[in-house]
Design a protein around this ligand. Structure first.
Ligand SMILES: C[S@@+](CC[C@H](N)C(=O)[O-])C[C@H]1O[C@@H](n2cnc3c(N)ncnc32)[C@H](O)[C@@H]1O
Length: 318
């Protein structure tokens, strides 16, 4: 097995039981503050609006612009093989693209796939453009379309206009076969008609909790019927959650880093409820529990991620 294959394999595996980790954490007195419902008296950080969020992420990306921070997500196509096995000219929207870690394997994995990628940080988009531009073995770089966007707002109508997305005042412009209704033909001129996949990889956790339902609804809105939301994010009791100090807590299971970016840690039910409230059908949802060793300190770390796949009703993606 090559080094790349080994790396992909190790990210994919399940090394320990999440229930055993939960027991360990919940019985450890030093972790008690993570477990209790949160009292808002402790923080002045609640007024973290969209502008502040984008500024904080700009700061984050500016600090990590060396390129060392960039790590291509080699395991992505193992977790979400439909990105490689789908038909021709499928469209993907990568939400919160960061510096392109998720985009590269998608572009490499299928020669005709088209990636639209948004981020609320200008700095992140610049880094992504550089990285995709410099990548060898990616034919047709015009398959990559970056744009600046905060996804807790309605996506621009060129992605899926209101009639195509079927989210405005009740008119769904597609029939049960997923075909566009004639009343929508004029709209095709103004938009790409929705995307086949939305990838939401370590991005939802960056939003304040109260903006998550709207953000997931926006992802639902831009998908074609039958389209898939591919989700991966921090799981409850991940080692990075347990490292946060009490004063960094800004909500229940929600923390703020020094540069004011946020991180939320999901249990399966939170993801399940957000997705089903937006209208999605659950296809896969599970914890991914991986042991990894810090190369510098030699210490073993227990990583927990939530892996999910959700489908918009009404059609099939070939
Ligand atoms: C942890 S990074 C994940 C990057 C990428 N998806 C990946 O797989 O590496 C989270 C990204 O979400 C972006 N982000 C945070 N809030 C956002 C928002 N409201 N709208 C769009 N992007 C956002 C941040 O700028 C950051 O680049």
């Amino acid at each position: 097995m090559s080094k790349k294959e080994l790396e992909a394999e190790s990210y994919f595996s399940k090394d320990f039981s999440w229930d055993e980790l939960r027991e360990e954490v919940e019985n450890n007195p030093s972790f008690q503050f993570h477990l209790h419902p949160y009292s808002s008296k402790r923080t002045a950080n609640q007024n973290h609006n969209a502008l502040k969020n984008a500024e904080a992420w700009d700061k984050f990306h500016a600090c990590h612009s060396s390129g060392k921070f960039f790590k291509e997500r080699r395991y992505l196509l193992k977790e979400f093989p439909e990105l490689a096995s789908c038909g021709e000219n499928k469209k993907v929207l990568e939400v919160g693209c960061g510096n392109g870690s998720t985009i590269l394997p998608i572009l490499r994995g299928h020669e005709s796939i088209i990636v639209y990628a948004c981020d609320c940080s200008d700095e992140a988009l610049e880094r992504t453009k550089e990285i995709i531009g410099a990548a060898d073995s990616i034919p047709a770089k015009h398959r990559f379309h970056p744009f600046l966007w905060d996804f807790s707002n309605r996506f621009p109508s060129w992605l899926a206009c209101h009639s195509c997305s079927g989210t405005s005042s009740g008119t769904n412009s597609r029939d049960e076969m997923g075909m566009l209704n004639p009343s929508c033909y004029n709209e095709i001129e103004c938009c790409i008609g929705g995307v086949d996949f939305v990838t939401l990889i370590f991005t939802l956790s960056a939003l304040p909790v109260d903006r998550m339902p709207t953000a997931i609804a926006q992802c639902f809105g831009v998908l074609k019927p039958g389209g898939l939301l591919l989700f991966r994010d921090y799981g409850l009791y991940d080692m990075t959650m347990l490292r946060f100090k009490a004063e960094q807590q800004v909500g229940y299971r929600e923390y703020m880093r020094s540069e004011e970016t946020r991180s939320y840690f999901f249990c399966l039910d939170t993801v399940r409820n957000l997705a089903s409230a937006a209208g999605f059908i659950e296809v896969e949802l599970e914890y991914c529990c991986v042991k990894s060793v810090n190369r510098r300190t030699g210490r073993m770390m227990k990583r927990v991620w939530v892996h999910g796949k959700f489908q918009k009703p009404g059609g099939e993606i070939e």
